[in-house]
Ligand binder design. Structure first.
Ligand code: GLA
Length: 369
């Protein structure tokens, strides 16, 4: 869980911005809710010195990366940087191709905790090979660093990523819209969501599918769409990397990003990615088994109409796609807890009844008594 500069600030990053964001992460209650990493995305780097050492932009980061890292750590947070496995980053800055071991030593010296490795300008490089080189370089540098693989799902990183890094992007870029699409390169969050179906079994503790950073709170999404986006990322057990301006977010958005019961579903220790069980009348029903036998059920209204739910759930057999089709037990005496409303709706002996506005969700935690 953390924050990354790209979705709101793109190349407009500076030491002032990052310090303010670290302060805002603490002061807003995001840190207390579990957010931990502050990550600078593309454009912090400008060149290399005579010995080939990577250099931060001296105008935007006049105190240098070690001082900024110290500042972020002094706020009780961890610090991350974006780099690229090709010879230039997507924003045209120096990449790490051929400099992996030397760069890893700089990151360890700066006490970096998280590295996101992008994939622009990689030429003839093989993805698994290149990311493995960076993994080995980070090991050799001797500092524990989270490795976030960002090759956009192009070589099925879910098949090799667990050996190489801690999380891997499954798709090209998320855009701040419901379902827009720009060529291959970017799409709205519901389209990104569809691309997660089938990848459930590859995720688990320490090795996660990454459906990209959150657009929660950004222009282009309604508040309801931000809420359903956040909910679905939690159902996916996704890394929760906020991408909005934490300094100015309204209380409504802060309340979405810091809801502890929704976050608990994302961070559940079982670490199972939820799956889409059924689609009926435009409502998607997603299921995420939780550690103590509880089950998260999410009803996602993808239509533009209000939908009324009224169904008995104790009669359904749900098979778990992550566990070889094992049956998920829904017992009569399970309590139906509406997570966003924070209220119990009776037990599964009764119907689950709700009206779900367009683009909204009903998220329930079925609790073992
Ligand atoms: C790629 C990545 C994005 C972002 C930009 C930066 O598009 O997928 O997440 O890091 O590069 O240029």
């Amino acid at each position: 869980m953390g924050w990354n500069s790209w979705n709101t600030f793109a190349c407009n990053v500076s030491e002032k911005l990052i310090k303010e964001m670290a302060d805002a992460m603490v002061n807003s209650g995001m840190k207390a809710a579990g957010y931990e990493y502050i990550v600078i995305d593309d454009c912090w780097q400008t060149g290399r010195d005579k010995e080939g050492n990577i250099l931060a932009d001296p105008e935007r980061f006049p105190s240098g990366m070690k001082a900024l890292s110290d500042y972020v750590h002094s706020r009780g947070l961890k610090f991350g940087l974006y780099i690229c496995g090709g010879d230039k980053t997507c924003g045209g800055r120096p990449g790490s191709m051929g400099y992996e071991f030397q760069d890893a030593r700089s990151y360890a010296k700066w006490e970096i905790d998280y590295i996101k490795v992008d994939w622009c300008n990689h030429g003839a490089l093989n993805a698994e090979g290149s990311y493995t080189t960076m993994r080995d370089a980070l090991y050799a540098a001797g500092r524990p660093i989270l490795l976030s693989i960002c090759e956009w799902g192009s070589t099925k990183p879910w098949e090799w990523g667990a050996k190489v890094g801690h999380m891997w992007r499954t798709t090209p870029d998320i855009l701040n819209c419901w379902d827009c699409e720009i060529n291959w390169w970017g799409s709205g969050w519901t389209k990104i969501l569809d691309k997660q179906v089938g990848l459930e079994k590859y995720a688990g503790p320490g090795h996660w599918n990454d459906p990209d950073m959150l657009q929660v709170g950004n222009d282009g999404l309604t508040e309801t769409e931000s809420k359903s986006h956040f909910t679905m990322w939690c159902m996916l057990a996704a890394p929760l990397i906020a991408g909005n301006d934490l300094r100015t977010m309204p209380a409504t958005i802060k309340d979405i990003l810091t809801n502890k019961d929704v976050i608990a579903i994302d961070q559940d220790p079982l670490g199972q990615q939820g799956f889409r069980y059924f689609i009926i009348d435009g409502i998607e029903i997603w299921v995420k088994p939780l550690q103590n036998g509880d089950v998260a059920l999410c009803f996602f209204n993808r239509t533009n109409e209000l939908k009324v739910l009224s169904k008995n759930w104790n009669q359904y057999e749900i098979t778990d796609v992550n566990n070889g089709g094992k049956k998920i037990e829904l017992k009569d005496n399970m309590i139906i807890h509406d997570v966003w409303a924070n209220k119990d709706l009776g037990t599964l002996q009764n119907k689950i009844k709700a009206t779900i506005p367009p683009h909204d969700v009903l998220l329930v935690r079925l609790k073992i008594k």
